[in-house]
Design a protein around this ligand. Structure first.
Ligand code: SF4
Ligand code: SF4
Length: 387
């Protein structure tokens, strides 16, 4: 079970695109944290799964004492139950210091850093309560973070407001030493024709830059391109990030209430429908409803040629936030995919034609001999088969 834990409703930033609700000072108590750990471990044991504790926003580092105690408790409890416990975190990184990194290392806690590229791009959205950009503070910490974890993943949000900075922002992160980037467009906002046209220009530039860097021998991961190729080469099961609300993924609020996903938690007030709580367990009817809705075919997708795992239309809670329905993707998501899929296909075909060693090793590590035979036989031929 991947449990996304909201240890607090508070955050030291006020990003306008934040989807986790109002920010206020309410933390998970130690009692609830321990009960939460027991609940996750028991569920994981019963279903033969690993217990993944993923700390999520508000900013989890604002509840550092609770997180620390929960990790120490869960480690012991999981060991006693014979369950593998893993710890993950999504953080804005502002409060992380060197001694935290030592703890993370000791307990194998891996974090994903929310950073929207270079200063101009990042500070146009990621600001403090007083409206001050947070890039300067974060930039100073990047060398320390990357030294601690060279595989650190950057999570970047693109909006109609910051889209014009995208190519520069992503290039900045490669130049800082990031090798993994997840780009998420905010599809809950309205994207005008002009914004979509700008997105196309920016993604084309991002793809060109990626091509140059790959040709120079750098092995990078950019979900916008790599996920499309992984899906093509290995099928949907090759992708590690797939939405599975209510089955192997659940969100738990500071009060211990259970929700299908992070976007449902919000202020976690009385009366907001949830799936139960860690003290009394799941509400079976609500759980069955969510699972059925999540597994239902996507409404407008039908026989769209991208509806074969190519389109990133799997996030049920993103659909819910944008359209109010679990099974109906946002129009902006659809437009985004129609921009990025042809670009990913073009770049993938180029790297395939060139038999680029980084690309081949990444996508087809077990095929070098077959590729060689095929290349020998077709020397100058190119069937453009992949991806
Ligand atoms: S840092 Fe994360 S939790 Fe905080 S306001 Fe920004 S998006 Fe929301
Ligand atoms: S491109 Fe649009 S219609 Fe096609 S699968 Fe994606 S969301 Fe559905």
């Amino acid at each position: 079970m991947n449990a996304l834990l909201h240890l607090t409703h508070d955050c030291n930033l006020r990003c306008p695109y934040c989807f986790t609700g109002k920010k206020f000072d309410r933390e998970m108590t130690i009692e609830t944290a321990k009960k939460t750990a027991d609940f996750i471990i028991e569920y994981a044991k019963e279903h033969g799964q690993r217990a993944v504790f993923s700390f999520f926003g508000g900013e989890p580092m604002m509840a550092w004492p609770v997180m620390k105690e929960l990790v120490l408790y869960a480690e012991q409890a999981a060991k006693a139950a014979g369950v593998v416990a893993l710890f993950r975190m999504n953080t804005n990184g502002m409060l992380i210091k060197e001694d935290h990194l030592a703890f993370f290392e000791e307990h194998d806690l891996i974090f994903i850093l929310s950073i929207d590229g270079h200063e101009e791009m990042h500070d146009s959205e990621r600001v403090t309560e007083g409206g001050v950009g947070s890039h300067a503070v974060l930039a100073k910490k990047l060398p320390m973070f990357l030294e601690h974890n060279p595989g650190l993943m950057a999570s970047v949000v693109i909006t109609p407001h910051n889209v014009r900075h995208t190519a520069k922002g992503i290039a900045y992160l490669w130049d800082q030493g990031f090798r993994f980037q997840i780009i998420k467009p905010d599809v809950t906002q309205a994207w005008t024709r002009e914004a979509i046209a700008e997105l196309d220009r920016q993604y084309t530039a991002v793809a060109e830059d990626y091509l140059t860097r790959t040709r120079a021998g750098h092995e990078l991961y950019l979900n916008l391109l790599d996920d499309k190729w992984i899906n093509h080469a290995k099928g949907a099961e090759g992708l590690s990030i797939r939405c599975d609300v209510g089955s192997s993924q659940i969100s738990i609020s500071p009060a211990g209430n259970l929700y299908p996903c992070v976007r449902w938690v919000k202020e976690d007030e009385e009366g907001v429908p949830n799936l139960g709580n860690v003290f009394t367990g799941f509400n079976p009817e609500r759980l069955a409803e969510i699972r059925a809705a999540s597994g239902a075919p996507k409404q407008p997708c039908g026989d769209c040629s991208y509806n074969d795992g190519t389109c990133a239309n799997e996030c049920a809670c993103e659909h819910y936030s944008a359209t109010g329905r679990i099974d109906t993707p946002a129009p902006a998501l659809c437009e985004h995919e129609q921009v990025i899929v042809p670009i990913a296909t073009r770049v993938g075909n180029t790297l395939w034609r060139e038999r680029n060693p980084v690309f081949m090793q990444k996508l087809y590590p077990t095929l070098p001999k077959l590729i060689q035979i095929r290349t020998d036989r077709n020397d100058h031929a190119d069937d453009g088969a992949n991806p």
